[in-house]
Design a protein. Sequence first.
Length: 282
Amino acid sequence: METPRARSLLQYWRHPCLADGQFEPLGWYELAGWVGVMLVLSFIASGIGAAVLHLSGHALPPDTFILRIARHPSWRFAALLLIAPVLEEWTFRAFMTRGPRMMTAGIGFLGTVVLGLIVHALRGSPVMQQHDIARAYLLNVLVIMPVAGVFAALAWWLRRRWQPLLLLHAPWAIVLATLLFAGVHEFNFDLGAKIWLLWLTLPQLMAGIVLVYVRVRHGLRWSIALHLAFDWLLISVAWTTFAAKTHSGVFEVAAVLARLLLLGALLWGLVSLFRRGVLRPA
């Protein structure tokens, strides 16, 4: 089987596969290009989702989770923005490797989150409907870690049964994990799980498609770095923009610089879409 290192983004997703443990190095310059690619694809997807909802007669709901972070910067939200991308990468993409230990650890995290989603679904309450979202999220992390350890230990014990199936059906597992990554962001809107809300998770789906490719081609640490950079760039623009409305001077300068950085990332992303055959067809 052809290794993912020899493929473009489109070529990889025609035949998605697990990482083989031999990763290509990735420089910070190239990482910035991938941040831009994620921005371009996410913004396009966001426009498509909003247009579909408008044409179907649905009112566009606010992203309660993101707005809460954007309008109320705090150390709690800063901690959340450091932890959440790492946890999401370990949950949805750590298992995408042929290495049995990393695969098992990833299954432990993924199993824990799926179990949590099932519990919330049975309770019939949105995941993010909390007075203090940051504190609730961080407290949930404290619960997730030991439970994920138990799941990982159980998965390691039963690995001879499930690993051959995962290796055989790896493309389906990768696709389903990417769809689940996008789908859980429905709860950002504080409306529970609704089919029509999936249109508004298209940006996360596009981001997930890129993150999977970077994870398999360059390794988990680089998909984590990419995820962190992407989230922090967007939230930095939001934080400085809201701060500039109520404060002058340094906050206005910071807002301008953040927007210029975002614009630069978008332009570099457009260039990167066609550099080195990122979107080269198979």
